[in-house]
Design a protein around this ligand. Structure first.
Ligand SMILES: O=C(O)c1ccccc1N[C@@H]1O[C@H](COP(=O)(O)O)[C@@H](O)[C@H]1O
Length: 201
């Protein structure tokens, strides 16, 4: 199970994420309690070994702005969160990082990974980064294909059950591994990765 830990803000967050064996780490560059600036993100990205995917997470800015920020940080992937159109992905296609299309599940959502040219698809709750759970049984009506990650209200306590219902390729979490909004709980980061890989208590 591919595991992404998102919203890291400090060197110790990054160190612990790497220790847990997480496959990917996310840095939020736009408005959020977890937002960090490009310079700090670049410093944290530089601490991450090559076998861990580094992801810049953005919402509510143009594709051009997102591409410029991602380039400055040196991340290997850019997560476009929200309703970015196909044209935004086309605009960013030649840049030297992969693209993650992050969207909530609606009746018209294209749930085929790669439909917009992205490498990974992320299906999230309607309010990204809120920690709110959503009805993942709806995925059965419109099952995603390819490499797709499940997010939205996951936690060490819920992730194993969510995986058994939704059968994603990977999982992504932010709120569920925090002690308070924006502050990562290193114990919960460890518990989450273990639980996602079926090694929880
Ligand atoms: O984490 C944020 O603050 C955030 C802000 C803007 C866009 C995306 C954001 N996070 C993404 O939301 C999910 C995690 O949600 P949850 O907090 O676990 O419910 C994950 O995809 C993050 O990349």
């Amino acid at each position: 199970m591919f595991v992404k830990l998102c919203g890291l803000r400090t060197e110790s967050d990054v160190t612990v994420a790497i220790e847990t064996g997480a496959d990917a780490v996310g840095f939020v560059l736009t408005s959020s309690p977890r937002q960090i600036d490009v310079d700090l993100a670049a410093r944290l990205v530089a601490e991450v070994p090559a076998d861990v995917l580094t992801v810049a997470v953005v919402r509510g800015i143009t594709a051009a702005e997102a591409g410029e920020m991602a380039l400055k940080t040196g991340v290997r992937a850019l997560q476009l969160h929200g309703d970015y159109p196909r044209e935004s992905f086309d605009e960013l296609a030649e840049l030297p990082f992969g693209l993650v299309r992050a969207t909530a599940l609606g009746p018209e959502t294209d749930v085929r990974t790669g439909a917009f040219g992205e490498e990974l698809l992320l299906i999230d709750s309607p309010v990204a980064g809120s920690g709110e759970q959503w009805d993942i049984t709806r995925l059965a009506e419109n099952p995603p294909t390819g490499k797709w990650m499940l997010a939205g209200g996951l936690s060490p306590e819920t992730v194993a059950g969510a995986i058994s219902v939704a059968r994603p390729w990977g999982v992504d979490v932010s709120s569920g591994i925090e002690s308070s909004r924006g502050v990562k709980d290193h114990g919960r980061m460890r518990e989450f990765v273990l639980a996602a890989r079926g090694q929880g208590l």
